[in-house]
Design a protein around this ligand. Structure first.
Ligand code: AHM
Ligand code: MG
Length: 369
């Protein structure tokens, strides 16, 4: 979509989406959903930038992680999605969604049937949007424990079409409706139409894929637009950086320890020692891995056998992006995108990044080096 553009012509996210539409890569409905997510991310970016000024006592919130920052960010995203007053929209029983005023984010687009957010216990059906085709999953503000130190945070999202066998017809029966919402949301990552994230850092960068490569857009605050800055991102086949929380080392399996040791002690396999980089903010750690190569990992351990990250809101979207950039997303034993979620907040181990590092990890974890 970008090749015909002259080198003097800047492409905005909007013109990029219009080009995709013109070339029948996506339809205008999906373009509207993506565009409303981008608008919500601009709002969240401004919330993050001003966090220290408007919230001198901190946005990250109590230690349990249920902070005001993520809640507020979630509100921006949802506003773009809903079509009805909050109390009706909130029919699925999600208290956190109640009482929203008008907004410009996901709420205004009217194309969405179901949303699921990491910040809420259950998915929510968008009443009256039976015509809305899309299921949107998101983590509104990932890595929020970093926010009060001015360290990068991000939003992650995925867009699915609802499974044909479970359209939401019966809004009068909340239990039935909830079952259908869960069914709509619990789709394997390989059904994703679009996955993306926005990194709020030295710049605000939106990276997304609609299944035809990975594109990055940098927010220009002067004109209020996302500008195409990273066309067709390809992750290096092999990198020099690993990104794991090594504080968990003693809880890891012997195979997991062996893998990390082998990156640190190259004499065992004839390579050079890897560098270690870990922010503790998935979007930042993943973005660096995407651009520079290497591996990001959140393994299962003795305490949390499936690790910490959520399949729907974190692992599946990131794995789609990794694969679309020529890399891999794996649990160590299985392709992440092949997993059909059994629960909306299901966790899985995640290893993603360059092909070489992820395949090597798989061979070590599976005991076949
Ligand atoms: P959150 O969704 O509650 O913000 O948690 C997810 C974050 C990721 O951004 C990051 O990769 C991970 O938690 C860091 O966890 P840890 O502090 O255990 O290393
Ligand atoms: Mg998260």
């Amino acid at each position: 979509a970008t090749s015909a553009k002259s080198q003097y012509e800047l492409q905005t996210l909007t013109t990029w989406l219009l080009d995709l539409e013109k070339n029948a890569v996506i339809d205008n409905e999906l373009a509207a959903v993506i565009s409303s997510i981008a608008t919500a991310c601009k709002q969240i970016g401004s919330l993050v930038n001003r966090a220290g000024i408007s919230n001198p006592h901190g946005l990250a919130g109590p230690e349990n992680g249920a902070g005001r920052g993520p809640e507020e960010a979630g509100r921006h995203l949802k506003r773009g999605l809903r079509k009805l007053p909050a109390q009706q929209w909130d029919g699925a029983g999600s208290g956190a969604a109640a009482g929203l005023g008008p907004g410009v984010g996901l709420a205004a687009c009217g194309r969405t049937g179901v949303i699921a957010s990491e910040e809420e216990d259950l998915p929510v059906a968008v009443e009256e949007t039976f015509s809305g085709e899309y299921v949107v999953v998101f983590d509104p503000l990932d890595g929020s424990s970093n926010i009060d130190a001015g360290i990068s945070v991000g939003s992650i999202f995925g867009i699915y079409e609802p499974s044909p066998e479970c359209s939401i017809e019966d809004m009068d029966d909340p239990e039935e409706m909830m079952k259908k919402c869960v069914l709509n949301v619990c789709q394997a990552g390989n059904e994703l139409l679009c996955a993306g994230y926005t990194l709020y850092s030295s710049a605000t960068i939106l990276v997304l894929t609609v299944g035809k490569g990975v594109y990055g857009f940098t927010f220009d605050p002067l004109i209020g637009e996302f500008i195409l800055s990273h066309p067709n991102i390809r992750i290096p086949d092999k990198g020099k950086i690993y990104s794991f929380n090594e504080g968990n080392y003693q809880m890891w399996s012997e195979e997991q320890k062996k893998y990390i040791d082998s990156l640190k002690y190259p004499e065992k396999w004839g390579g050079k020692p890897y560098s270690s980089r870990y922010i503790g903010s998935l979007v930042g750690d993943f973005h660096r891995t995407l651009l520079y190569g290497g591996i990001y990992g959140y393994p299962g351990d003795a305490k949390n056998t499936n690790g910490k990250l959520r399949l729907l809101y974190e692992c599946a979207p990131m794995s789609m992006i990794a694969e679309q950039a020529g890399g891999k997303g794996s649990t160590g034993f299985q392709r992440v995108l092949d997993i059909v979620p059994e629960a909306v907040h299901q966790r899985v181990p995640l290893f993603c990044g360059s092909k070489w590092e992820v395949e090597y990890l798989e061979s070590v974890l599976q005991g076949k080096p």
